[in-house]
Design a protein around this ligand. Sequence first.
Ligand SMILES: [Zn+2]
Length: 216
Amino acid sequence: MDIKIKCSTDIKRIRNILSDYDEYMYFNNEEVENLILNYHPDKKIKSINKLVMKCNKSYKTKCLHVLEKNSSLEKSVGIKEIIENYYGIYDPKLKLEYNIKAGFRTPLYYGDKQSYYLNNTFKSEEDNTRIGKCVNCDYKGKISIDHYPISFKKILNDFLEEEKLNLLDLKIKYENGKWNLENKELEELWLYYHDSVASYRTLCKKCNSSFNCYSQ
Ligand SMILES: [Zn+2]
């Protein structure tokens, strides 16, 4: 079997195991712990006391965290990069690129995209989550805001080209659970540019991933 297929099958398998654990419940799992200790790309975990699934602000989904021995700090670990590293196909450049792009997405929470989200969703009376309608399949529930018709990827690429910037040269820092651009002037310029060209549509999770929008 192709190594990439093997790898993604394993990522799915481990994610399935992890999804069975309730949020904030501490647990041990020998297979997962061995993977973390031996294959985390930057070897940031030295010992493991417990594992716990917790929501991460940036991704809004349950993420794996490690509580080390003699420590009260819970560090988040990405199972994808660990398994890719296990198969020898982990590419730190791709990870960096992904994080820098996340840094470009963070300021959008303060711009028109967030207003569009608030204007096109309403608060559910049951549990206070925001509900919207998918324009593709009419699903009503949790929805995401998709850049349409111009993709986020194209807007970002055009901006970088106009400013003569190379994505991988840009510095980012992790703050308040999110990746941010270090250069605040650039961030402001980007938000202004982005909001002047971007328009949106509402999509459910399923349609959003079938259009493969998040990776664009
Ligand atoms: Zn849909």
